[in-house]
Design a protein around this ligand. Structure first.
Ligand code: PLP
Length: 404
């Protein structure tokens, strides 16, 4: 490249970044000076109640989790410098895979460095141009990318729309596709909606389709014993493939998994590219994840506290006069509709000591701007009351409360 061509490359990037800033779409990073938790400290020394982490069970900054990681660090060392199939598998990895299978009610499980990798590597080894993938329109970016890496025909159905799902199943059947697989997030992270897995399983049976769910916003806390949305919807044992993360409720460090029938998992071990060509999960994360699974298998205390907090917050925020998307999930979208209002609101809440994130187009549809609250088992009632008071104050200042 001549200097001129190189300069054009860099100035092009600068221009694109300026455009993002002008449009208010630039995402700055908040820098924390403390561990993750219900309360965090920002780098300027301010203390904030944190309402925007995926720390559903409050285990991210938790001492017991940390101690389990430390014990595994002592025993297994820092890392392995190897992919799993060369010399990157330790007993702790096999133990975690067994424990996850038991927890999810499946035959076998394969670990990845992230759920992004699990989704990136699940489709291409299992499906080809003879097959059809029928995917919810709001599925996570990693599912969309994973489907792109695979040669199967793609069918998209409107979010949570069972009539459209059936129409797409009919279209795939009419096209003579060999295997069909319905793919959905178990819980959708922007709306807190839960997929209608009972109806999805019925449709799958009717059309001879497989089912795959991504449980990243569900594993550890949805369902009576926290197994996930398949437990919540009463379809445990009817889902073929489950993907999920260790980086949200289940400890919050990183790591992902795919779980299902033995022959599926064995095929992925042989052929899934993010597994074959990327380093093994650090043993301390595997060790900490084991302790998390132990803890939530023995008691539903954290899960129960999370749902109590969620029910309380959902009830109180509506009483104050805010509009939320109805539901039971700890993701609570507080609807502000207008993008600049959502931005102003989140900024004001920050001044009032509450950390939250505002979302607007293109992350959510036009006119659906919101702040997203995420409850945690770690929140105390007192902290939630402080947050609710701040909501009321900011809402009154901006004139957006329904009752006033
Ligand atoms: C967060 C998330 C992922 C990615 O998880 P990582 O382990 O952080 O890569 C994948 N799918 C869904 C639905 C998610 O919410």
């Amino acid at each position: 490249m001549s200097d001129g061509a190189k300069n054009a490359f860099y100035s092009g990037l600068q221009q694109n970044l300026s455009t993002l800033r002008e449009q208010g779409l630039f995402k700055p990073e908040r820098v924390l000076a403390s561990r993750q938790g219900a309360v965090v400290e920002s780098e300027d020394g301010r203390t904030l109640i944190n309402m925007c982490a995926n720390n559903y069970l409050g285990l991210s900054g938790d001492l017991e989790t940390q101690k389990a990681a430390e014990a595994a660090l002592q025993k297994y060392g820092y890392g392995l410098s190897s992919v799993r199939f060369i010399c990157g598998t330790q007993t702790v990895h096999k133990e975690l895979e067994r424990k996850l299978s038991e927890f999810l009610g499946t035959e076998d499980t394969i670990l990845y460095a992230a759920a992004f990798d699990a989704n990136g590597g699940v489709f291409e080894p299992l499906f080809d141009e003879n097959d059809a993938i029928i995917s919810d329109a709001l599925n996570h970016a990693s599912i969309i990318d994973g489907i792109r890496l695979c040669k199967a025909a793609r069918y998209r159905y409107a979010n949570n729309d069972m009539a459209d799902l059936e129409a797409q199943l009919q279209a795939a059947t009419a096209a003579g596709k060999r295997h069909k697989v319905i793919v959905t997030d178990g819980a959708f992270s922007m709306d807190g909606t839960i997929a209608q897995l009972d109806k999805i399983c019925d449709l799958a049976d009717k059309y001879g389709a497989l089912t795959l769910i991504d449980e990243s916003h569900a594993s550890g806390f949805m369902g009576a014993t926290g197994r996930g949305t398949h437990e919540h919807c009463g379809v445990m044992g009817r889902i073929d493939i489950i993907t999920g993360t260790l980086g949200k409720a289940l400890g919050g460090a990183m790591g992902g998994f795919t779980s299902g029938r033995k022959e599926v998992i064995e095929t992925l071990r042989q052929k899934s590219r993010p597994y074959l060509f990327s380093n093994t999960l650090a043993p301390m994360i595997a060790g900490a994840s084991l302790s998390v699974l132990d803890r939530i298998s023995k008691s539903t205390e954290l899960r129960d506290r999370l749902h109590e907090n969620t029910a309380y917050f959902r009830k109180e925020i509506e009483r104050i006069g805010f509009t939320i998307k109805p539901g039971t999930h700890p993701v609570v979208p507080v609807m502000l509709f207008d993008a600049p209002v959502a931005q102003k609101f989140a900024a004001r809440m920050f001044e009032l000591g509450v950390l939250l994130s505002g979302f607007f187009y293109p992350v959510v549809p036009m006119g659906q701007a919101r702040v997203r609250v995420q409850l945690s088992a770690a929140h105390t009632r007192e902290q939630l009351d402080t947050v609710l008071k701040a909501f009321e104050q900011a809402g009154r200042e901006l004139g957006i409360l329904k009752n006033n």
